[in-house]
Design a protein around this ligand. Structure first.
Ligand code: ASN
Ligand code: ZN
Length: 321
């Protein structure tokens, strides 16, 4: 049964209205949301019809499909990081249900957020494997939802590359949080385990060393720059959103490793403050974002090592603050 996006939006609105009108007086604090995720995993059965058939819902036991179980667990880990580290209740900070569809399309070589839900392809097995394999990819897609509900960065050029970078930053933090890794222990890769065995590469992107994730006959060479002087001017990829994200990605890596410890605690908090603080404009450039991270570092941690680490990170990638 195919449901339209309009229908989903209508259902959500209806649910909200029902809550407002029909809620008993004081069962829940105003503005409070559940501290538990509300996950639903659907199976598209190798079609491109969304959302597909419901195959697992919140609280149910793992089933026989490892892809479904990985999606469920990855959404849970992402929900948990946002809640425990930043006090955020889901994508909209109001407990939005987390919907994901797996087995989308035939040999589909991508994953995405469609404005309403997450979608994961199986990969064609030649270049890419199952897109639910890397937990950072799940965190990446969910974070597109967070960005949509907060700064809403325009998906083109520098604001688009910031949008992509924020998805990589929080995607990587989810992996680090899941594995209990410090900045020094993390691999800083996005999509490790996703490339098929025949591909000469380790991942989709590297935040530690942008441009070195793969160099392959079919895929070509990883096109990501690490510094502003190598910024790629292109009309492809929405003005290089997955290319130039290497620059803010590397700035985050530099700040987080300079600070040490768990990257989601200080560097992640500063980046989260900027993403959700209300001052980041939809058309922000790298320099605007960088300036706001410096301000956020000072406001949260004072004029100490945190501020210096953030300033130095942007300086090293050639972005003025
Ligand atoms: N996997 C890609 C992403 O989430 C899909 C896209 O280009 N929008 O960025
Ligand atoms: Zn993305």
């Amino acid at each position: 049964a195919r449901r339209s996006l309009e229908h989903d939006a209508y259902q959500r609105t209806k649910r909200r209205l029902t809550t407002v009108i029909g809620a008993p007086a004081v069962t829940r604090r105003a503005g409070a949301a559940a501290d538990q995720p509300h996950r639903t995993i659907y199976d598209a059965g190798h079609t491109q019809d969304l959302p597909g058939t419901k195959v697992r819902e919140e609280g149910s036991d793992p089933g026989p499909d490892a892809t479904v179980n990985r999606a469920y667990a990855g959404l849970g880990a992402t929900f948990e990081l946002y809640l425990t580290a930043y006090g955020r209740h889901s994508i909209d900070d109001a407990g939005l249900p987390l919907d994901a569809t797996v087995h989308f399309g035939e040999g589909y070589d991508n994953a995405f957020w469609n404005g309403e839900q997450m979608v994961f392809g199986d990969g064609d097995g030649e270049i890419f494997l199952d897109f639910t394999i890397p937990v950072d990819v799940i965190g990446h897609e969910l974070t597109h939802g967070v960005t949509q509900h907060t700064a809403n960065l325009t998906y083109f050029g520098q604001p688009g590359a910031l949008n992509e970078s924020l998805s990589d930053v929080f995607g990587s933090l989810i992996k680090q949080y899941t594995l209990g890794q410090t900045a020094a222990e993390a691999d800083w890769l996005i999509g490790a385990g996703l490339l098929a065995p025949r591909v000469n590469g380790t991942a989709l992107r590297s935040m530690k060393a942008p441009g070195t994730a793969y160099d392959d006959d079919v895929l070509g060479k990883d096109p990501q720059p690490a510094k502003m002087e190598d910024y790629v001017r292109t009309g492809r990829d929405n003005g290089g959103v997955h290319i130039n994200s290497g620059i803010p990605n590397h700035a985050f890596y530099l700040a987080a490793t300079a600070l040490g410890g768990h990257s989601w605690e200080k560097a992640g908090q500063i980046w989260y403050d900027v993403l959700t603080g209300g001052e980041l404009k939809e058309d922000a450039l790298f320099a605007d974002f960088a300036t706001l991270t410096v301000k956020a570092a000072r406001e949260r941690y004072g004029a100490g090592g945190e501020l210096q680490a953030v300033q130095k990170a942007w300086e090293q990638v050639g972005v003025r603050t």
